[in-house]
Design a binder for this molecule. Structure first.
Ligand code: SF4
Length: 65
């Protein structure tokens, strides 16, 4: 099966720093201890993996593309 890659980003304005994204996908996100916001570990990731994390972000802050 072909793997579809997508760019992804976090809207820092709506992110409350809950850490769910980094807990669910530690290969895609890591929490920055200073800003308490997630940082992106990759420029592109498998679309299904990003969509899974998007579904769990409590404020819909994760965007693709
Ligand atoms: S799950 Fe959403 S609100 Fe929580 S840290 Fe990640 S981007 Fe921010």
């Amino acid at each position: 099966m072909e793997m579809i890659l997508t760019g992804y980003s976090v809207n820092p304005v709506c992110c409350n720093g809950c850490g769910a994204c980094a807990a669910m996908a530690p290969d895609l996100f890591a929490m920055d201890e200073v800003s308490e916001k997630p940082v992106l570990l990759l420029s592109e990731a498998p679309l299904d993996a990003v969509e899974r994390v998007m579904a769990f972000c409590p404020h819909d802050c994760i965007e693709t593309g």
